[in-house]
Ligand binder design. Structure first.
Ligand code: PEP
Ligand code: MG
Length: 528
């Protein structure tokens, strides 16, 4: 529950419109200024109580700047002389002033550059919410609303200030949604009805369970949700009873309940929720939200951190699955008509070997600090697996030549996320140590339904018999070859499917850290 802060991707330029009613435009500006000042004052007073005078000063400075005659006159002049809309005038003058500040000798004045951009954004938001540009301004913990969010934008959000996320576009298995789930942030995606009612500063309740957003809730709704929240927290507390319980089926098989992570920092919630290990570390997120490739050393430190924290429990790192919606701008990969079927994951690794080499070196060096397993994404043939494994061996030899320690017997597995991998599972199982079914992609490729497209989300169904038959086939072939099989797609947490998965003999389920306890409890009830 909280106030909405709009977020718009990139630094889009503000639309310039010719206006006839200059007076009307000036009065819109005046109203927006008053509203922005009112909001800043409120934030200032709350912040004063929370963090004290010094850290709240910034809001006072912004209030002063918003009333600065030079700044306001420049905007008004622009509206009058050029007969342009107020949003554009604010944006253009904001840019001019920022450029002027940037030229100044005093460091303090140069620092005001960001503030003038900030107040321009705020004014524009009050003029027209839809024109808000750039990252959301979250002065207090807020609910972020956006048309859509890319995975790298989601990654860069200040988690401490993010109460919830609402997007008009997107789907539940898009990587932005997966990331917010991993971070434990309630989200509603694909909100077609009601998105228009959202405005900056408006109070809303986001119900991530039902997918509802309640705008300006009345007292009854607030009380009802306070109660629901308390019940939820109580149930989470009760679930802690199963923190260390192991899931063992009636026929004596242990089913590991693991967690998926996207960032080394997520390991804290993995530990808090008592996962048996990490079933999927989406390493590509180390490459996103940066301006350049992460160095071998940076990657090594990230993997080492996770391995050490997990203290001997298995950590399955998937080599980078860059491509499709996981864009890495500095790699300059070409635009594609069908990115989900395109140049991505293992296809990039086996083509841009220098990238793969660096990642494998970092991984193998880190292996000495815990229980590392390596997994390859998007495999469609035995040849790819053989080539990737050969590369691991080459890197091992080169590290041995440098006398760098590497763990013995590092298990190698593959993602089973293409129908081809399922059909070849008998042969693939002979060549690796484990399978992990990526139901997010396996569903999209088996059903030919784009996982990112909200319009066809009703067709996107991991419970479809075709998908279940695929998993069963892979499970049979895995067990025939004596290797284990897990599921790390989002459907691993679907309670409607758990029984079917256990019945197929699935050995591991890997889910968002916040789902581990609930799933463990559910499995324990099923195997009783
Ligand atoms: C999957 O495809 O199910 C999977 C786990 O990988 P990702 O969601 O990153 O594609
Ligand atoms: Mg996948």
């Amino acid at each position: 529950m909280g106030r909405v802060a709009f977020h718009r991707s990139g630094n889009a330029q503000i639309e310039k419109r010719r206006i006839e009613d200059v007076k009307g435009e000036l009065s819109r500006l005046e109203t927006a200024k008053k509203e922005a000042l009112g909001f800043l004052n409120e934030i200032y007073l709350t912040s004063l109580k929370r963090v004290g005078e010094k850290d709240s000063m910034i809001f006072q400075i912004h209030m002063m700047m918003l009333q600065d005659e030079d700044f306001l006159d420049a905007i008004k002049n622009k509206i009058e002389r050029e007969q342009v809309n107020a949003e554009y005038a604010v944006w253009a003058v904001g840019q001019e002033f920022a450029a002027r500040f940037a030229q100044m000798d005093s460091e303090y004045m140069r620092g005001r550059q960001a503030d003038v951009i900030d107040i321009s954004k705020r004014l524009i938001q009050y003029l027209d919410d839809r024109m808000a540009y750039g990252p959301a301004q979250m002065d207090e913990p807020s609910i972020l609303a956006a048309e859509d969010l890319s995975p790298s934008e989601t990654m860069q959000m200040d988690k401490a200030k993010l109460l919830a996320i609402i997007t008009r576009g997107g789907s539940k298995t898009s990587h932005s949604a997966i990331l917010s789930r991993t971070m434990g942030i309630p989200s509603v995606v694909g909100l077609e009805n009601g998105f228009e009612e959202l405005k900056n500063g408006v109070t809303v309740i986001v119900d991530g369970t039902s997918g509802e957003v309640i705008v300006e809730p009345d007292e009854n709704a607030v009380a009802d949700y306070e109660k629901q929240r308390k019940e939820y927290l109580d149930s989470q507390q009760r679930l802690r009873q199963v923190l260390t319980s192991k899931v063992v089926t009636k026929d004596g098989r242990t089913v590991a309940i693991n967690a998926n992570i996207g960032h080394p920092g997520d390991v804290e919630s993995v530990l808090k929720n008592g996962a048996d290990g990490i079933g999927l570390f989406r390493s590509e997120f180390l490459y996103m939200g940066h301006d350049a490739l992460p160095s071998e050393e940076e990657q090594f430190q990230a993997y080492k951190h996770v391995l050490e924290k997990m203290d001997g429990k298995p950590v399955i790192v998937r080599t980078f699955d860059i491509g499709a919606d996981k864009r890495v701008p500095y790699l300059n990969l070409p635009e594609e008509d069908n990115p989900a079927l395109g140049y991505r994951a293992i296809r990039i690794c086996l083509n841009r070997k220098e990238l793969f080499w660096t990642q494998l070196r970092a991984l193998l060096r880190a292996s000495a600090f815990g229980n590392l397993e390596i997994m390859f994404p998007m495999i469609i043939s035995v040849d790819e697996l053989t080539a990737a494994k050969a590369m691991v061996e080459e890197v091992k030899s080169s590290l041995a030549a440098e006398s760098i320690a590497v763990a013995q017997d590092i298990k190698i597995g593959i993602m089973v996320e293409t129908p081809a991998a399922v059909m070849m599972s008998e042969e693939l199982a002979e060549e690796c140590d484990f399978f992990s079914v990526g139901t997010n992609d396996l569903t999209q490729y088996t059903l030919a339904v784009d996982r990112m497209n909200g319009k066809i989300s009703k067709l996107y169904n991991p419970r479809h018999p075709a998908v279940l038959k695929m998993i069963r086939m892979a499970a049979e072939n895995a067990h025939k070859a004596g290797i284990w099989i897990g599921i790390c797609g989002e459907s691993a947490a679907d309670p409607e499917l758990t029984e079917a998965y256990l019945e197929m003999g699935i050995d591991e389920l890997s889910v968002a850290p916040s789902s581990v306890l609930e799933l463990r409890d559910h499995c324990l009830n099923l195997v009783k």
